[in-house]
Design a protein around this ligand. Sequence first.
Ligand SMILES: [Zn+2]
Ligand SMILES: [Zn+2]
Length: 321
Amino acid sequence: MPPSESDGRDETLPSDRDARGEMLPSGGNARGELPLPEGDVRGELLPPDGHVHSEWSWDAPGGSMERTCARAAAIGLGCLAFTEHADFTSWTLLAARLPAGSRAEVTPDGVVVPADFDVDGYLECLQRCRDRYPGLRILSGVELSEPHWHARRTAQVLELGGFDRVLGSVHSLPAGHGRCLEISDCYRERAAAEVIREYLAEVTRMVTGSDAFAVLAHIDYPVRYWPAGAGPYDPCAFEQEYREVLRALAGTSRALEVNTTIPLHPQIVRWWHQAGGDAVTFASDAHDPDFLAHDFADAAAMVLAHGFRPGRDPHDRWMRA
Ligand SMILES: [Zn+2]
Ligand SMILES: [Zn+2]
């Protein structure tokens, strides 16, 4: 999939953004000033946070499993999953930069090679937290990057971890000359609409090409980096591509994740329901304890309005009503 030359390249992209989930949610408050999420969503508890990073993720130096559990207890969250990164793809940095303190090698050519996920150390830490917070349901988990490109290593990490929750994610795209680019950098070489289309096509290939994961993570990942110069983002411009992803996913009884790093456009959940999707999970994608269950009350209300309900087990996925 060769990149388009420089047509459509957006020179207005800010160069000081961190890639990989380190952006503040749009409209978010400064860290430390976040309000507590509402503990009650139309009479229901906050949904489980099914996608949280801790210090066991290479790009979450500010993460802390221990403090995240303390935060969960403080806000009345009953269940969360620590889904650490298992990234087997290496990518070339253009303007994106890694969060300070990230555990990744960057070669002289600017190729990022993330550190391996220390599954044993993670599982020991998880057990300590389970012992310390017996009232909190703590799921083990992993966020697989492009598992359809790395079947062997994916199988190895899953075997090692025996995880409760496995997320599938696309974070980068092939960019010619043997390179991959992180999605945030793809906008520098391709027209914005083309980035979205290629991302969604790759997500469809991941859904159809790998059965290693149970939840499709952040279908709106590239929207986090949508360039201001490209105008307001409208998912309806990509309806066909979204529907293709959702159709493929619905045929496999897997869940669609509602990631609250930025608010997910309700249209996506409407299309998921129409495609016959039967489950939804909620995800703060927090890389810092303060963002745990960020914006969950609003997200839960939006999902309720589009035909999904908490399951019988409050710690479970939300199901089609
Ligand atoms: Zn991700
Ligand atoms: Zn994540």
